[in-house]
Design a protein around this ligand. Structure first.
Ligand code: ARG
Length: 585
């Protein structure tokens, strides 16, 4: 029997065909089926009311008509009721719950079920994207963590995902840096930590050119030479890029990130001329005070504040390279969508960029990809201000992650004193880094979030440690019973679910698909976090009420089936968020 992975989508489709069957325009009707409050059932359709209102019908009568038109297989799998002014509730039969759990017994089966949602679509995920010559600091955390989770969710949902690190490796700062490099390089420091030395040199070059106009001139000349392809300056600039990317990769390794492409701003240097030409030819770009700009007269702010796509000195800028990037992704990657995981402060840049690209693509008869700014708020310290060190400096990401691992180590030493030293070290790494990732992902990304070590590395609440501990606990149940999760002979012996807690846990497990769909469609991982947290809670309730190690085989087997699926969903879910998991804790 074919069992549908996404039951919400199944009921959605059932409602649409019921609508057609009773002569409605199904294209105009969005059933909006979502996971329901368990008091009402498993899923609830919320779309009947607005549709009835729009078409001037009685919503309750319409809901009843739709239910009467359901096909027999839907009605066999669940009880359908009409509630309140016109909600439709679906409550799955125990046999349908069990069929779902049997059909989705491995990560591969879950992935195959999920993979229809975005099948055939190419999504470029533009994330992390730090500037070179500087170390990554806490401000770079969210883009990397959120971007990675979204890449995994999209790939799981069937998209072809292209992870592109759009690093800032071009700009006026290189003049000052090269100036200082040629005069003040500390070779010993460079050998120790080259990126740190570049960072220091940039500060040297910057303050020297602030203090002395002659230095500023020299630095500008270094920049001109670099732009003209001077061999020595190009070699220094290349070195800066290599050293930076190698240092970034150490952080990415800790966070489980691997990019398909690192096409920084410099990659588009030779591609901006075409942007100027096309935008001018199609009448979008005009000269204004020596610069090339695009006005958006229909927009309240951008009609006066134009998008500058070439500076008055003739140089390319962030806008020109970003426009060239859109064209490249469309032509070379055949992107259906590109998402930009960037700080919400770049909202204006993104809006003007997307608006300009849309008009450009329309005028040149190109297929315009879906472009979206996946914006996020700032990381705040416990004082409610942007997180900084005590001296007011930016916190380096590598220091932040190593502090997380140290703090996790204290928790692990306390809770798992019996485990061998090297295992405790490995667990601390997973818990520490995972706590930082999870604290970020579990918040709605639109808001700022408060960085609190004590809350994030805790076994209580919606935290990584809580979920990792739930996984370790289920693994220990299997170890104690000398059983293997998903073992076929146990699974065939499993009887029908009976107790309230068994049924509640089984119901929660079938909602995994909807949680993934919601997180992916909205590009908001916190929906999945919340689901995993609730699932772990449901598991605790079940485990407290229903003993697994009973003698009666069909009972033990069905409870082991629930343990195995909870484990599978927790591990798969955390994996989708970019976290690693542990077997013991
Ligand atoms: N390098 C930029 C910064 O640090 C972020 C780039 C984001 N991606 C993009 N295509 N604009 O602010």
């Amino acid at each position: 029997m074919h069992v549908s992975f996404n039951l919400a989508a199944l009921f959605d489709a059932a409602l649409k065909s019921a609508a057609t069957a009773i002569g409605l325009d199904a294209a105009d009707f969005a059933p909006e089926v979502r996971t329901a409050d368990p008091k009402h059932g498993d899923f609830q359709a919320n779309g009947v009311l607005p549709y009835a209102k729009r078409t001037r019908q009685n919503p309750r009568a319409l809901a009843e008509k739709l239910v009467a038109a359901f096909s027999a297989d839907v009605l066999a799998a669940c009880t359908v009721t009409v509630a309140g002014p016109g909600f439709i509730n679906f409550t799955l039969q125990p046999a349908a719950l069990q069929a779902w759990l049997r059909a989705f017994a491995t990560r591969e089966q879950l992935a195959a079920g999920a993979a229809t949602a975005f099948a055939g679509q190419t999504w470029v995920v533009d994330y992390s994207s730090p500037n070179t010559a500087k170390q990554m600091h806490v401000g770079h955390l969210r883009s990397a963590v959120i971007g990675e989770a979204l890449s995994r969710l999209l790939a799981f949902s069937g998209a072809r995902v292209i992870r592109d690190n759009h690093i800032g490796d071009w700009g006026t700062q290189f003049g000052k840096l090269i100036w200082a490099y040629k005069r003040q390089l500390d070779t010993a420091a460079f050998a120790r930590d080259p990126l740190e030395e570049f960072e220091r040199l940039y500060k040297v070059g910057n303050s020297a050119s602030d203090a002395d106009p002659a230095v500023l001139k020299e630095a500008q000349q270094e920049l001109v030479k670099l732009q003209a392809g001077d061999a020595e300056n190009t070699a220094i600039w290349k070195k800066i890029g290599e050293v930076s990317v190698a240092a970034f990769q150490q952080i990415y390794d800790q966070l489980g990130i691997r990019f398909d492409y690192t096409l920084g701003e410099s990659f588009y240097n030779d591609k901006v001329e075409r942007v100027y030409r096309e935008l001018t030819e199609c009448g979008l770009a005009v000269e204004s005070q020596g610069a090339l700009v695009v006005f958006h007269p229909e927009h309240p702010r951008f009609k006066e504040q134009p998008f500058i796509i070439r500076k008055s000195d003739g140089a390319a800028n962030y806008a020109s390279t970003d426009l060239a990037t859109i064209l490249y992704r469309s032509e070379q990657f055949h992107a259906d969508a590109a998402i930009y995981v960037i700080d919400s402060r770049q909202g204006d840049h993104c809006q003007q960029l997307f608006l300009t690209a849309q008009k450009w693509f329309e005028k040149t008869h190109r297929k315009f990809p879906h472009l979206e700014h996946v914006a996020f708020g700032t990381v705040l310290g416990e004082d409610g201000r942007p997180l900084k060190t005590r001296n007011g400096d930016n916190i380096k990401l590598k220091d932040l992650l190593s502090e997380a691992v140290d703090r996790a180590r204290r928790l692990v030493d306390e809770k798992s004193a019996g485990l061998p030293e090297d295992e405790r070290r490995a667990i601390s790494e997973v818990v520490g880094v995972g706590s930082v990732q999870y604290a970020d992902l579990s918040q709605n990304r639109s808001s700022d979030y408060l960085f609190s070590w004590d809350k994030m590395i805790s076994l209580d609440g919606n935290t990584a440690a809580y979920l990792l501990y739930a996984i370790a606990r289920i693994r220990s149940i299997f170890r104690k019973l000398e059983a293997t999760p998903g073992d076929p002979s146990t699974e065939t012996a499993a009887g029908a679910f009976e107790t309230a807690e068994e049924l509640a846990l089984a119901r929660k497990l079938t909602k995994f698909s909807d949680a993934v769909a919601l997180a992916t469609a909205n590009l908001r991982p916190h929906f999945l976090c919340l689901y995993l947290y609730e699932l772990a809670g449901e598991f605790s309730g079940f485990y407290a009420a229903d003993k697994v190690a009973v003698d009666e085989l069909p009972v033990r087997a069905r409870r082991l089936l629930l343990c195995a699926r909870t484990l599978l969903v927790l591990e798969t879910g955390l994996g989708l968020l970019g976290l690693r998991t542990v077997n013991r804790m």
